[in-house]
Design a protein around this ligand. Structure first.
Ligand code: FAD
Ligand code: NAP
Length: 308
């Protein structure tokens, strides 16, 4: 019986492991199906994690985190967790290997993934001009022009954020009406730095060895347009990684909102006693490393406090 099982080894899961073990919990295992570090290890440049004067890569940022946690007794099991269920007072982790692990408490920190749009050049230039994160990468395009793709709340909110930094934002959307909330749409329409390119799709993202150089756009009527930009921000939806919470009958173990994000309170408690969610998987997550780490610490401190 584990004191605590942590599912996911990104910034939230690793920080939860650090605080849980330093808080005196004995049997703490972090289940991470890949190498620990999480999605930030895909990033080639981070300049907003506090404490580092110069930008660094995601790999460089995350490399010491597991070592720091292991020093205090966190164990890492390189396994995929298929499902977590509640059996009486305790939880049962169903691993992909078929093994079943009992735990008194569980922190779910499996993150969320931006959807890909399937545009030619998107994968080639991902991290070299193609981004899913304006807070992370917007500043690299200060006083320059960028393209934003999508018509939901995320695309429009991020377009507004980028308009504060960039000289111009082309918002390319495949229809002429938006999914985003009317108030956000009004704000976008009123922003003189945002040009709406509607009924249009980006046909190809172009670039060279330096990264993105521009996009080819095609409208519904077949009109072609080329825009030279060094940055393309794609916001076409998120896949919340909540599969571990799905039960055999299709319901979720705890409450989630209409987008599948786990509902938590300020202490990262879910609707189920002893089950916590931390990082990008939770409602209203700012989707930043520093915030995910903070969530992990908060959740672990709760587990420690309740263990006394
Ligand atoms: P994640 O980092 O997504 O970690 C979740 C982990 O859970 C993954 O390692 C995954 O393998 C594991 N996992 C998932 N399901 C299972 C399962 N069933 N069993 C076992 N393991 C599982 N943030 C910033 O603050 N600054 C930046 O500059 C920045 N740049 C970014 C650039 C890119 C390209 C990307 C993709 C993200 C960037 N972010 C940035 C966002 C940041 O990476 C996330 O907010 C943060 O990583 C979220 O941490 P997390 O621990 O919640 O989830
Ligand atoms: P979303 O609402 O699913 O919107 C995705 C957008 O991308 C849609 O406009 C869609 O176009 C477009 N799209 C999808 N696939 C595409 C493709 N391959 N090529 C080009 N365009 C494509 O996703 P989201 O904006 O990330 O929001 C997710 C959920 O979180 C939503 O329910 C949203 O309301 C919510 N959210 C809320 C807030 C807030 O309340 N402040 C903020 C952010 C997100 P179509 O419209 O034509 O389908």
């Amino acid at each position: 019986m584990l004191d605590l099982a942590i599912i996911g080894g990104g910034p939230a899961g690793l920080t939860a492991g650090l605080y849980a073990t330093r808080g005196g919990l004995k049997d703490v295992v972090m289940y991470e199906m890949g190498l620990p570090g999480g999605q930030i290890t895909q990033s080639s440049e981070i300049e907003n994690y506090p404490g580092f004067e110069a930008p660094l890569t995601g790999m460089e940022l995350m490399e010491p985190w597991p070592k720091q946690c292991m020093r205090f007794g966190l164990k890492h099991e390189m396994s995929e967790v298929k499902r977590v269920s509640k059996e009486g007072e305790h939880f049962l982790l169903h691993l992909a290997s078929g093994d079943k692990i009992e735990a008194k408490s569980v922190i779910v920190a499996t993150g969320s993934k931006p959807k890909r749009a399937g545009i030619k050049g998107e994968d080639t230039y991902y991290g070299r001009g193609v981004s899913n994160c304006a807070t992370c990468d917007g500043f690299f395009y200060k006083d320059r022009e960028v393209v934003v793709i999508g018509g939901g709340d995320t695309a429009l909110e991020e377009a507004l954020y980028l308009a504060n930094i960039c000289s111009k934002v082309y918002l390319v959307h495949r229809r002429d009406s938006f999914r985003a909330s009317p108030h956000t749409v009004e704000r976008v329409k009123a922003n003189s730095k945002i040009e709406l390119v509607l009924n249009s799709v980006v046909d190809e993202i172009l670039g060279d060895e330096s990264g993105v150089t521009g996009v080819d756009i095609i409208s519904k009527e077949g009109t072609k347009r080329h825009i030279e930009v060094p940055g393309v921000f794609i916001f076409v939806g998120m896949d919340v990684q909540n599969q571990v919470l799905k039960q055999e009958d299709g319901s979720f173990l705890c409450e989630v909102n209409e987008w599948g994000e786990v509902i938590v309170d300020l202490s990262m408690n879910t609707s189920v006693e002893g089950l916590y969610a931390a990082g990008d998987i939770r409602i209203e997550a700012p989707k930043q490393v520093v915030c995910a780490a903070s969530d992990g610490a908060i959740a672990a401190l709760q587990v420690v406090a309740k263990s006394h």
